[in-house]
Design a protein around this ligand. Structure first.
Ligand code: MEV
Length: 440
């Protein structure tokens, strides 16, 4: 029987741990030891992590891997990836190597526009609102000057504020639809601060305006927040090669393979069940780099999936064609990323990941992340249309199974050697493990 608690956040870290271990786990001593095992021995580093969020009781590790050999716009990258799923880093590395020998990846930023909105209600004459908006727009920009000064110095800032009438979708609903250029920052705090200032000024000015006083109607602000749907913060990455060079291994006929790749992508374009899994594979690559570079993968996920559904059905984010003997494979997706501010300045591993990536600008990071997604999709779909993914996946998963069985290093070595030319299945691994244990 557990009890509710008040003032949990005021407890010390140790008191929080004691409480949760005693209230919610069957062996508090084991729980406390486990939580402690994951603390960093460097007190300062631990304190830094404790302070990222609230009510911290330990750290949650993910492996950080490196996928080397990515040639992007003629520059060579080793891409850091934080992910728990086996095969993802291996698949990315394999695709990178394959395309390295075929000219590498080309990537182009198509836009960097960020979006925020002030949502409000108004039941009066839309023409009055339009007149008022045109009068007040310069005042909104002026009122946000102290917030935008630094960004403007660097060449960014507010790019547009529009009044949008949404009353055909929801009674009395309007918005200030605002766009921003935030340069190398993801810009969430900048945008949200500007929006809250717009809302305050907009409301104050409306209250003082004779237009609304005469008609007796008010503007009621509902909320001010950035949008994670940024269809004009867009990146395109592609690879191409003669069809005759499209041979991932000697037993594959390149023409046949190219056709199968195109068919698989066509299926993901018309069949949402497949498209979701197809895009999930892309996000394996994208999220891993987004996370390793301290960016907000939830924001990226939400925006990317909205983009995949922009035509009314959920579709593939990648596309492929064969024309004049050339196979072309590309991805187009929105990515709002930053390489300054937020966690990028705080988390030492994020700083290191950015250093490994040659300290990219936000635009360069968009290119790298999109390429990681494209590479991941190429690797996944290549396997799916040839051998299937289980063969490679189970080989990578072998160590996880052996760790679950408690295999020693020597046992692992012998069993990995054995499975170099045997099919990995859970039951086959258990059987080989048991036989080796019984006859070491
Ligand atoms: C698994 O994490 C990702 C795949 O399912 C992607 C795909 O099916 O394209 C292999």
């Amino acid at each position: 029987m557990t009890n509710p608690i008040s003032g949990f956040s005021k407890l010390s870290k140790q008191e929080k741990i004691d409480w949760v271990a005693e209230q919610y786990t069957h062996n508090p001593t084991v729980t406390k030891r486990l939580l402690q095992k994951y603390w960093n021995i460097d007190d300062e580093l631990q304190k830094l992590h404790d302070e990222f969020i609230e009510n911290t009781i330990s750290n949650y590790y993910l492996p950080l891997g490196i996928a080397p050999n990515f040639l992007i716009n003629g520059k060579l990258y080793a891409i850091p990836m934080a992910i728990e799923e086996s095969s993802v880093v291996a698949a990315a590395s394999k695709a990178a190597k394959f395309w390295l020998d075929r000219g590498g990846f080309k990537a182009e930023v198509l836009g960097t526009e960020k979006i925020g909105q002030v949502h409000f209600m108004y039941s009066g004459d839309p023409d009055h609102l339009e007149t008022f908006f045109l009068q007040v727009k310069p005042k909104l920009i002026e009122a946000a000057k102290s917030l935008t000064a630094n960004m403007e110095k660097r060449g960014g800032g507010i790019t547009q504020i529009e009044l949008r009438n949404k009353t055909s979708e929801l009674k009395d609903y309007y918005q200030l639809h605002c766009t921003f250029e935030t340069l190398d920052a993801m810009g969430a705090n900048f945008i949200n601060s500007c929006l809250e200032q717009f809302a305050e000024t907009f409301e104050e000015e409306a209250m003082a305006s004779p237009l609304f006083n005469e008609e007796g109607k008010k503007i009621e602000i509902v909320m001010s927040i950035l949008s994670n749907y940024v269809p004009n913060c867009l990146i395109r990455a592609e690879v191409s090669c003669p069809v005759s060079d499209l041979r991932p291994n000697a037993s594959i006929d390149p023409e046949e393979f190219a056709k199968k790749m195109i068919r698989a992508i066509n299926i993901a374009d018309v069949e949402p069940h497949r498209a979701v899994t197809h895009n999930k594979g892309i996000m394996n690559g994208i999220d891993a780099v987004v996370l390793a570079t301290g960016n907000d993968f939830r924001a990226v996920e939400a925006g990317v999936h909205a983009y995949a559904a922009k035509d009314g059905t959920y579709k593939s984010l990648t596309h492929a064609t064969i024309a004049h003997g050339i196979f072309k494979f590309w991805i187009e997706l929105p990515l709002a990323l930053g390489t300054i501010g937020g966690l990028t300045n705080l988390h030492p591993l994020v700083g290191m990941a950015l250093e490994i990536l040659h300290k990219p600008s936000a635009k360069e990071l968009m290119q790298i992340v999109a390429v990681a997604g494209l590479a991941q999709n190429f690797a996944a779909v290549s396997s799916l249309v040839t051998t299937g993914i289980q063969e490679g996946h189970m080989k990578m998963h072998l160590l996880n199974i052996l760790n679950q069985l408690g295999a020693t290093d020597l046992e692992k070595k012998k069993i990995v050697e054995y499975f170099k030319d045997h099919t990995v299945t859970q039951s086959a691994v258990v059987q080989v493990f048991n036989t080796l244990r019984d006859n070491p």
